[in-house]
Each structure stands twice: as structure tokens, then as C-alpha cells.
Ligand binder design. Structure first.
Ligand code: NAD
Length: 489
């Protein structure tokens, strides 16, 4: 039965609250002081230091997590080095069984993990439940299948792992980023030390429990929690063979320099300022839905978000009208309500950054359109979906990564101009093109400087497809055969 009523002004249905009831159980099961996962066991940091992880929707403290220091990172890397000896020689089918068991256990615990992801990170439950968790499990299943087929990926010497990998991930897709890093590394026979982001460490520690439950040998995966300093200690550790980093371009550049000094293998998945291009012949309603999911769902906190919208001039008015209407129908609020489209911003710091960009957009002369009048909760970090019209390519909001639900809309007259404007950025992660003509889409895809191009769709992920950037969006690929090669010597 559909509950609710249509809103007189917007004609949109207002739905009754639909809370995820399992949240209570997950909250009650939270360990107030979890441990680092090193050498198959959980332990506090050597110097006992901890930091708080808070729920962005309520600002309440969820747990006090170990702040790993040099001694802990040393211990984790040593453990990974010891475990490498056996793991790299473990028969491929045995490694596959481990990955398969991890995938199955993630599926079995997926409701708990999705709820925890939304509690700790702020993303709507429908995203963590329907997108993140299925992709996390798929990633392990997919790579389980590769373990005994690596000779088809490796060069002449046969499949040899790189060795001990230090992996640092961000907060926007905490478990998914962990899966993207761990699954290919383990399939190829590497061992890992993973550092989750400081604002979202909890699901990585649950993943550690799963690794333990399924009997992954001690030391094959170690998980150290902490902030930027822990990350720095890890990526600069003398005994690593490879670094895999996902995060901001600024930090990525520093890591690239430190790996270059050591001659160390590195892959970098960094920031983006993805263009969405709508040609006049596109199915406009479908395109608008793609724009909405590309920038407003997940609070725009997606590296490959379509944060610049380029519309062919003849349909600009129509697109702006439809966007403005669609924006009013989005539900912003409790991430644990199953009807919520836009949840909480991950941290106060990120919210302040986004607000700074909004102000800059107005100051530089762009026109701000904000979603709805709906009241937001008193506590927590909230930002209404927003778009700017009258944007010039030189405006800050058109050039810098905002990492929030903020869209900059511009127009173009010819396909040439669309390509030129799309490429007018130092980034090169993702792009979207909307057109009825296959040849036009393919021509755009050929000329746009982006690692991933979606045609008449957006933000679609698949473990078989390589993902990664160009230019300041990083190098190396995750997913597919290209992603496996990054973990082979
Ligand atoms: P960030 O670079 O500040 O932090 C990312 C991770 O790096 C965190 O775990 C952090 O603790 C750690 N870190 C910070 N400083 C470090 C240092 N000096 N040495 C080692 N580790 C360090 O980024 P963020 O703000 O947490 O994440 C958002 C950014 O991540 C955005 O720019 C986004 O585009 C990018 N991102 C990219 C992808 C991709 O696949 N290209 C995916 C997700 C996010």
C-alpha cells in the first residue's frame, strides 16, 4: 500500500516515514572502543590513543577508534610481510575459496553493513543497501573467479604478486573502496595494510571481523584506523612494495612524489569535475534523471559526480525548468529513512567547504537555485541540493571539485564547443553524454579527456569494467583485467 499524499504545490507525493528498523540493533551492537586489526587479532593502538567517530546525521559519538601510530603501522606491515610468504604460494583455488567466502559472508551480513555504513557515513540507506553493498559482494565474487586465471592477465613471467600493499581510502564509499582495493590484491596473492578514512572507520572494522570469521590467514589483511598522519606513516613505510590511494588530488600528488623517490609502484584514484553533456536530441526527462542521480544522490560526494552540466542552448530553458521541478521532489534528511534521497554531509568540515563554495558562486555572479523549503533536522550536517545557472567557465564553482550536492549549469552551441568546455578542467575522471545519436555519443567519448564515459546513463559500476582517471584525476585502474595488472609484478 502506498502511504502519503500528493503535495498541492509540487504535485509530488509526500511519503510517510519509513525508518530502517534494524538501525536500533546495529546501534546497540556498536563496540564503544574497537581495536586495530593486525596479525589476525584486535588490539588498541600501542600508545592507547583514540579518536571519536561521529554520526553525521545526529552529531552523536558512535565509537572511540584507535589512532594508529608508527609502532602500529610497523607491526601491521611486518605482519603483512610475514603472511606474504605463504599467501603468495597458496594454491589459486584456495585463495579463490577465501574470496568467495568473504563475498558470501558480506551478503549474509549486508543489512547490518548497509545500516552501519549509513550511520557512520551519512549516506541514504537506499544507496548503501541497493548500490554499495551489492557492489562490495560482487567485487569479491568477481575476483574469486580470477584467482586461477591470472596467467591470462600476467606477462611472460607468469602471475607473481607485487608484495605488501599499503592502501588508503576515503569516506564516500567506505566499504566499496575497501573491496576495490582488497579483492584484486588478495586474488593476485598480495598481502595488505588498509587504512580507512578517519570519519568512516566502522564498516572496515566489521569487514575485519568477517575476514576473521571466514578464516583468512592472520596478516594477509591488516586494518589500521587513524587520520592523515597514520596514512602518511603507511604510504611512506620503508617495507611496502606498492601503494594504492583513493582520495584528494592534493594528497595524491604528495603520495606520488614520495613513491617516485622510493621507486615504488603506485595507483592513484583522485578528484574530479565530471561534465554531463546534454545534446538537444537527447531524451530530456531521462537525461534529467541521470543528472539528478549523478550529482544530488549521495550528496554529490562522489569522485565521478557529474558536477558540471553542459546543455545545448536550444534546450537549456527546458532542462533548467525540469531540473528545478525535480529538485523540489527530493527528500533530504534522515539517512536511515528508506525514502530519503539525500542524506547527511559526511562531516562538519566538508559541510563548511561546501558552504564556502556556495558563497563563492553567488559572489562571482552565478544564480543560485536551492531545493525546497522542507525543514531540516536541528542537529547534523545538512546541505540542500542546489544548482547554479548563469555560470561562466572561469567561475570557481565550474573549476574546482566541491564534493557536495552542487551543480554548475552552462550551455554550448556546437559539438566542438561541448568537447572544448568538457575538457576545460585539469581533471579527467568521468563524463556523461546524453544524445539520441550513437555516432555523436561515440565521437564525444573519443574526444573527451576522461577515464570513464557513460552514454545515456551515469554512475554505473561493474567489477568487470576498469575505472580510473586521467590527468589530475590520477593513474592506474581498478576493476577488470586492467585493475588486476596493477597488483601483479
Ligand atoms: P583526502 O585525500 O583528504 O583523504 C583520503 C584518505 O587519505 C583518508 O583516509 C585520509 O586519512 C588519508 N590521508 C590524508 N592525508 C594523507 C597523507 N598525507 N598521506 C596519506 N594518507 C593521507 O580525501 P577526502 O577528502 O577524504 O576524500 C575526498 C576526495 O577523494 C575527493 O577529492 C574525491 O574526488 C576523492 N575520491 C576519488 C575517488 C576515485 O576513485 N577517483 C573515489 C572516491 C573519492
Amino acid at each position: 500500500m502506498i502511504q502519503g499524499r500528493p503535495d498541492a504545490e509540487t504535485d509530488a507525493w509526500e511519503l510517510s516515514p519509513a525508518p530502517e528498523t534494524f538501525a536500533k540493533t546495529v546501534r546497540e551492537g556498536l563496540e564503544p572502543e574497537p581495536g586495530l586489526y593486525i596479525d589476525g587479532g584486535f588490539a588498541p593502538a600501542a600508545d592507547g590513543r583514540r579518536f571519536e567517530t561521529i554520526e553525521p546525521a545526529t552529531e552523536s559519538v558512535l565509537a572511540r577508534v584507535p589512532d594508529a601510530g608508527a609502532a602500529d603501522v610497523d607491526r601491521a606491515v611486518e605482519s603483512a610481510r610475514r603472511a606474504l610468504k605463504d599467501w603468495r604460494r597458496t594454491p589459486p583455488l584456495e585463495r579463490a575459496k577465501h574470496l568467495f567466502r568473504i563475498a558470501r559472508r558480506i551478503q549474509e551480513r549486508s543489512r547490518e553493513l548497509a545500516v552501519l555504513e549509513s550511520i557512520d557515513g551519512g549516506k541514504p540507506i537506499k544507496e548503501s543497501r541497493d548500490v554499495d553493498l551489492p557492489l562490495v559482494a560482487q567485487h569479491f565474487f568477481h575476483h574469486a573467479g580470477w584467482c586461477d586465471k591470472l596467467r591470462f592477465v600476467a606477462g611472460h613471467g607468469g602471475p607473481e604478486p607485487v608484495g605488501v600493499c599499503g592502501q588508503v581510502i576515503p569516506w564516500n564509499f567506505p566499504l566499496m573502496m575497501a573491496a576495490w582495493k582488497l579483492a584484486p590484491a588478495l586474488a593476485c596473492g598480495n598481502t595488505c595494510v588498509l587504512k580507512p578514512a578517519e570519519t568512516t572507520p566502522l564498516t572496515a572494522l566489521r569487514l575485519a571481523e568477517i575476514l576473521d570469521e571466514v578464516g583468512l590467514p592472520p596478516g594477509v589483511v591488516n586494518i589500521v584506523t587513524g587520520g592523515p598522519e597514520t596514512g602518511r606513516l603507511l604510504v611512506e613505510h620503508a617495507d611496502l612494495d606498492k601503494v594504492a590511494f583513493t582520495g584528494s588530488t592534493e594528497v595524491g600528488k604528495r603520495i606520488a612524489a614520495s613513491c617516485a623517490r622510493r621507486g615504488r609502484k603506485v595507483t592513484l584514484e583522485l578528484g574530479g569535475k565530471g561534465p554531463h553533456v546534454i545534446f538537444a536530441d537527447a531524451a530530456i526527462d531521462q537525461a534529467v534523471e541521470g543528472i539528478v542521480s549523478g550529482i544530488w544522490f549521495n550528496q554529490g560526494q562522489v569522485c565521478c559526480a557529474g558536477s558540471r552540466l553542459l546543455v545545448e542552448e536550444s534546450v537549456l530553458e527546458e532542462v533548467l525548468e525540469k531540473l528545478a521541478w525535480r529538485m523540489t521532489t527530493l527528500r533530504v534528511g534522515d539517512p536511515l529513512d528508506k525514502n530519503t534521497d539525500v542524506g547527511a554531509i559526511n562531516s562538519r568540515r566538508q559541510l563548511e567547504t561546501i558552504r564556502g563554495f556556495l558563497q563563492r558562486g553567488v559572489d562571482e555572479g552565478a544564480r543560485l537555485h536551492e531545493c525546497g523549503e522542507a525543514t531540516l533536522p536541528d542537529r547534523g550536517f545538512w546541505c540542500r541540493p542546489t544548482f547554479f545557472s548563469d555560470v561562466q567557465p572561469s567561475h570557481t564553482i565550474a573549476r574546482e571539485e566541491i564534493f557536495g550536492p552542487v551543480l554548475a549549469v552552462m550551455s554550448f552551441r556546437t559539438p566542438e564547443e561541448a568537447v572544448a568546455r568538457a575538457n576545460d578542467t585539469p581533471f579527467g575522471l568521468s563524463a556523461g553524454v546524453w544524445t539520441d545519436k550513437g555516432a555523436k555519443a561515440l565521437e564525444f567519448a573519443r574526444r573527451v579527456n576522461a577515464g570513464v564515459v557513460w552514454c545515456n546513463s551515469f554512475n554505473r559500476f561493474d567489477p568487470t569494467a576498469p575505472f580510473g582517471g586521467r590527468r589530475e584525476s590520477g593513474y592506474g585502474r581498478e576493476g577488470g583485467m586492467a585493475g588486476l595488472r596493477e597488483y601483479l609484478a
